[in-house]
Design a protein around this ligand. Structure first.
Ligand SMILES: Cc1cc2nc3c(=O)[nH]c(=O)nc-3n(C[C@H](O)[C@H](O)[C@H](O)COP(=O)(O)O)c2cc1C
Length: 190
């Protein structure tokens, strides 16, 4: 069921447009195979009716975790605002993967190719040399996504918008998807 209009309005107000090159940073929380929570920062690549997209390396720990347990939480923070999205994770479509790679900055396009254990283990001089060499061999506009480029969409089951207010108590507006597929809206203390 599509997200409620009030949630859509807040998302449109709080999140930049998908074509804005400045991407919001999110904390992506997952659960590891021992049951411990895990977390790291990732960029919100885009969002749509389906959910919230992030992109990463298919060999990363987060990918193993969401593959084994396709549930995650995203936290985005701005001055006076917080958005927490809990949801189900599924792989992004091939089209979305290509689009997201094309929208990445030059640096991040190169990083998707060079973010390897081998490069990480080299000394700094060698790391700089390898990066410069790869960049020279692949001028801007010539790279497509490597095989290891992976993307996922977090489809929300709960969206919690926290509003701070210096003149009164903070409060939250929470939208939750029930087991029967209905969205409910609840006002909560901060
Ligand atoms: C500001 C910032 C932005 C980041 N953006 C991403 C991102 O979009 N995708 C990604 O895979 N890693 C990103 N990282 C690196 C991750 O935080 C993390 O170190 C890496 O993905 C490995 O995580 P994992 O071992 O838990 O899978 C970013 C780190 C920082 C500090």
């Amino acid at each position: 069921m599509s997200r409620p209009g009030a949630a859509e309005a807040l998302l449109a107000e709080w999140l930049p447009a998908n074509d804005d090159p400045v991407r919001p940073l999110m904390t992506l929380g997952t659960v590891d195979s021992s049951g411990y929570p895990d977390a790291r920062s990732v960029l919100l690549s885009e969002y749509d009716d389906e959910g919230f997209y992030f992109h990463t390396d298919s060999r990363s720990r987060k990918v193993a975790e969401v593959t084994a347990n396709p549930r995650a939480v995203l936290t985005l923070v701005w001055p006076g605002r917080q958005l927490v999205v809990q949801g189900d994770v599924s792989p992004a479509s091939a089209d979305e993967l290509d689009r997201a790679y094309a929208h990445r900055s030059r640096y991040l396009q190169l990083l998707a190719w060079l973010n390897t254990p081998e490069l990480a283990a080299l000394d700094q001089e060698e790391r700089l040399a390898r990066w410069a060499e790869f960049a020279a061999e692949h001028p801007e506009g010539t790279l497509s996504a490597p095989e290891t480029w992976a993307g996922f969409v977090v489809k929300p089951v709960r969206l919690t918008f926290w509003h701070g207010d210096p003149d009164t108590a903070s409060r939250r507006v929470e939208f939750a998807l029930s087991a029967s597929g209905e969205w409910t809206e609840t006002i909560l203390p901060g």
